[in-house]
Design a protein around this ligand. Sequence first.
Ligand code: PLP
Length: 403
Amino acid sequence: MPAPLNPALFHFDPQVVWVMHCAEGPMPRAAMRAVRSFLFKELRPWLVAVKEDFIGLPGSVRREAARLLGADASDLSLVATTSEGLQRVAMGFPWKEGDEVVAPLGEFPSNVWPWKAQSRRGVTFREVPLWEGHRAGADALLSAPPTADADPEAALLAALGPTTRVLAVSWVRFQDGLKLDLRRLAEGCTAKGVALVVDGIQGAGTVPVPSLEGIAAFATGGHKGLLAPQGLGFLWTDPAFRVQLVPSGSWLSVEDATDFSRPNTDFERDWLASGERLEAGVPNLLGCAALSESLRMLNGAGVEAIASHVKALQHRLLEWLEGSPWSKEATRLRALLEADRLGAILAFHHEGRDPETLQAALRSAMRQGLYASTREGYLRIAFHGFHTEADADRVAAWMGRVL
Ligand SMILES: Cc1ncc(COP(=O)(O)O)c(C=O)c1O
């Protein structure tokens, strides 16, 4: 089973297995070359071309991002992080006193603070448990893990009330790895006139994006499954939703901004209807050089192929773990996998073990060059398109003896 992303495209140390792109993804060498060649131009700014670099680099990220999303490039805004994408929506939304945002219980903070920050505008934020025994916050370690019979979409849609304006969800959850059905949520939200806003970072690059119809906004950073450095991501917005948002007010969010034959101080201009309306100014061009290469590589391999490769590795690992101390968790995760409820993160619940047990397990893994991660009582193993069966077997051998 050849890896859809040839490991030779990366700079991996043969001793190292990095199964934590859910924290930080490795960048391909091509991205480094692109950054380097742009940096050389920055040494001699007379080589920086307006069309090729200043406009061309952000344009190529918007185009490749649109390809990944099956969207139109004009609906993309370049933002630094997932947080910034969600902030653009939360800060720009036409709130009225008494409006409400609903979100699943236990979202990553990037998808909580932008909404909570609207409380001074009279907006409330309400969390909804997604399954029986679901806990978060100070009680996160007491939570039961999700199972295949959970119906998180039903719980969320049932929670939407007359004052709910936004449903804000992670596509794939950071701690337990559960993947939400965006199509079902989009249909339910459309029927109730609620804007569905998606934090897509834990799915982007490893899970094919379903149709965006009925979704208001989708934000992601570039540094996890998209395999680019920290500091650049993108926000997709539905055009009809976008025009309701307050524009960012940057010099580039208006018409003719780079037409220097028109006086810059001529402020009789319309806001752009495109995604640039929400950008903060000139995007991080070094970030653009890297992210456009990473996206080109992902689009070239195809996210469908990456997703099915990841799924095969996940099955392989879980089969290995039957009969090991992880057996009960392997059975739970296999059922979730078969129900199409997981993205790239296999999150093994602590099952009442002391959290220090998982930390000690991680330390022992690192001593052998195996890098995994833990969050809120789950051990996270995240495969991507560059992993091989040998990588999965190394993880299995380690997990099989670590407890
Ligand atoms: C679900 C989720 N959203 C957002 C982030 C990070 O967001 P940002 O791109 O704002 O750093 C993470 C990182 O761990 C995450 O897991």
